[in-house]
Design a protein around this ligand. Structure first.
Ligand code: NAD
Ligand code: UDX
Length: 480
């Protein structure tokens, strides 16, 4: 029986290994982590992450061929294939701070693998890492020359949160990079055989190590670039009376462009896009490619501009001040169907409004108050370090309350900001909400989820990203 061990029981390690266990009943899969609360949660009825379909998969395999444990060293020592799926955050200090990937957690995992291994192993980079990381990892693994054969593979993960299980069941492709040596090719074949249990072989792409590592950064950069492109257009739409949804539809009908990932929004969030583009920028700079670095930097600049623009629009529409006014925030997660708040645009929007002395009432169906408090009190880039994954007591922000219901959040509010596209926000009783609000009552839809015309008929002043402005908003132009 092949034994797989995955270091890192996070958003990637947990679901990916659960699906491998489900699809390969003869493979024993262990997921290990240094965080005791995370492993305890994986072994409980309340999994540490909310992901549609995940509970079902875990229930089918846990205790059979899927195990979650803190016994990291023992399970790594016993494994034939070790996946490393630890976090690779942006460095906060020292050389490359604010851009380069912090490989501390990766390096410590690699050193531990080198120390505890007594048999040959395939070590798989699952985390997103800078191109050429495999070379450094190889050096760490072979430094004490115990006669053990380590083969390094790059097998980046392309799942998106909220659809992780369906992405893993039916991936567009699986990418495996390895050394172009007989040993490297044999290792690729071993991993390909694991995926071939459910992924058609023509969807399994095999490349050299550096192509696989770079393809992951490139894919995220391309995806984020699409959103920044449509968001840049959304600003122009508002200025000209064009409608961004109509523009996206018309543009996406070109088969060379395609219809997906063209929704204008308050900005992209999530743990990957910004971090990976910053990393790409840093790599380009290290290779003396300043022009290329500046090109990709612009994707992040437009994203920051979009969030600032949204906050400015709110403040300018409400007579240039939100001081003392209650603003309801509907949705805090970085997208629907997840409880993840890493780099969510809601953090920047809330901080912007608090900066203008608003009183904020937040409702998200999947995000707990403790998480929101933590997010609003952390410094940029601090969120992705394991110390912050442990429970702690962040000081609450006095201008913010978190409530468990959209009606409570909006009661007595002057304005509503929709920051996550939860389906439930489409079918709220907006007449009831309007009746309970201060007048004039505003809705700022950062995800284009509500029927703006219907809300205007109720009496709301509605701002929707990239849509023609109503008379009120035209009279109160926002300075970006
Ligand atoms: P995560 O923070 O949810 O999980 C990482 C886990 O690794 C944490 O639980 C942490 O405690 C653990 N860990 C850190 N160092 C460890 C060590 N030395 N030994 C054992 N455990 C250790 O992160 P994630 O979202 O799962 O992302 C992991 C990697 O996958 C990152 O490189 C990320 O860029 C990449 N990725 C993420 C996504 C996504 O949607 N979240 C998608 C594709 C790729
Ligand atoms: C992303 C990549 O899609 C995935 O392939 C990679 O493995 C990890 O990073 P994720 O961050 O989980 O996945 O979600 P994604 O669906 O890509 O959304 C990222 C952000 O972009 C969200 O804030 C989302 O709301 C936003 N978005 C997405 C838009 O604003 N408009 C769109 O059209 C699509």
């Amino acid at each position: 029986m092949v034994k797989i061990c995955c270091i890192g029981a996070g958003y990637v390690g947990g679901p990916t290994m659960a699906v491998i266990a489900l699809k390969c009943p003869k493979v024993q899969v262990s997921v290990v982590d240094i965080s005791t609360p995370r492993i305890t949660a994986w072994n409980s009825e309340h999994l540490p992450i909310y992901e549609p379909g995940l509970d079902d998969v875990v229930k089918q395999c846990r205790g059979k061929n899927l195990f979650f444990s803190n016994d990291v060293e023992k399970l790594v020592a016993e494994a034939d294939i070790v996946f490393v799926s630890v976090n690779t955050p942006t460095k906060t200090q020292g050389l490359g701070a604010g851009k380069a990937a912090d490989l501390t957690y990766w390096e410590s995992a690699a050193r531990m693998i080198a120390d505890v291994s007594k048999s040959d192993k395939i070590v798989v980079e699952k985390s997103t890492v800078p191109v050429k990381t495999a070379e450094a990892i190889e050096r760490i693994l072979t430094h004490n020359n115990k006669g053990i054969n380590f083969q390094i593979l790059s097998n980046p993960e392309f799942l998106a949160e909220g659809t992780a299980i369906q992405d893993l069941f039916n991936p567009d492709r699986v990418l495996i990079g390895g050394r172009e040596t007989p040993g490297g090719q044999k290792a690729i074949a071993t991993l390909r055989d694991v995926y071939a249990h459910w992924v058609p072989v023509e969807k399994i792409i095999c490349t050299n190590l550096w192509s696989a590592e770079l393809s992951k950064l490139a894919a995220n950069a391309f995806l984020a670039q699409r959103i920044s492109s449509v968001n840049a257009m959304s600003a122009l739409c508002e200025a000209t009376g064009a409608d961004v949804t109509q523009v996206s539809h018309a543009v996406g009908k070109d088969t060379r462009i395609g219809p997906k990932f063209l929704n204008a929004s308050v900005g992209f969030g999530g743990s990957c896009f910004q971090k990976d583009i910053l990393n790409l920028v840093y790599i380009c700079e290290c290779h003396g490619l300043a022009e290329v670095a500046n090109y990709w930097k612009q994707v992040i600049k437009i994203n920051d501009y979009q969030k600032t623009r949204f906050v400015n629009r709110i403040v300018s529409s409400m007579f240039n001040t939100v001081s003392g006014k209650k603003i309801a925030i509907l949705g805090f997660a970085f997208k629907k169907d997840t409880g993840d708040t890493r780099e969510t645009p809601a953090i920047d929007v809330c901080k912007g409004l608090i900066g203008d002395k608003a009183k904020i009432s937040i409702y998200d169906p999947q995000v707990q108050e403790e998480q929101i408090t933590r997010d609003l009190s952390l410094k940029k880039f601090d969120w992705d370090h394991p110390a912050h994954l442990q429970p702690m007591n962040p000081t609450s922000v006095k201008e913010v309350t978190c409530v468990r219901d959209a009606y409570e959040a909006t009661k007595g509010a002057h304005g509503i900001c929709i920051l996550t596209e939860w389906d439930a926000f489409k079918s709220l009783d907006y007449q009831k909400i309007f009746d309970g609000m201060e007048k004039p009552a505003f809705v700022f839809d950062g995800r284009n989820v509500v029927d703006a015309e219907k809300l205007r008929k109720i009496g709301f002043i509605v701002y929707a990203i990239g849509k023609p402005l109503d008379a009120w908003l035209k009279d109160m132009p926002a300075v970006a």
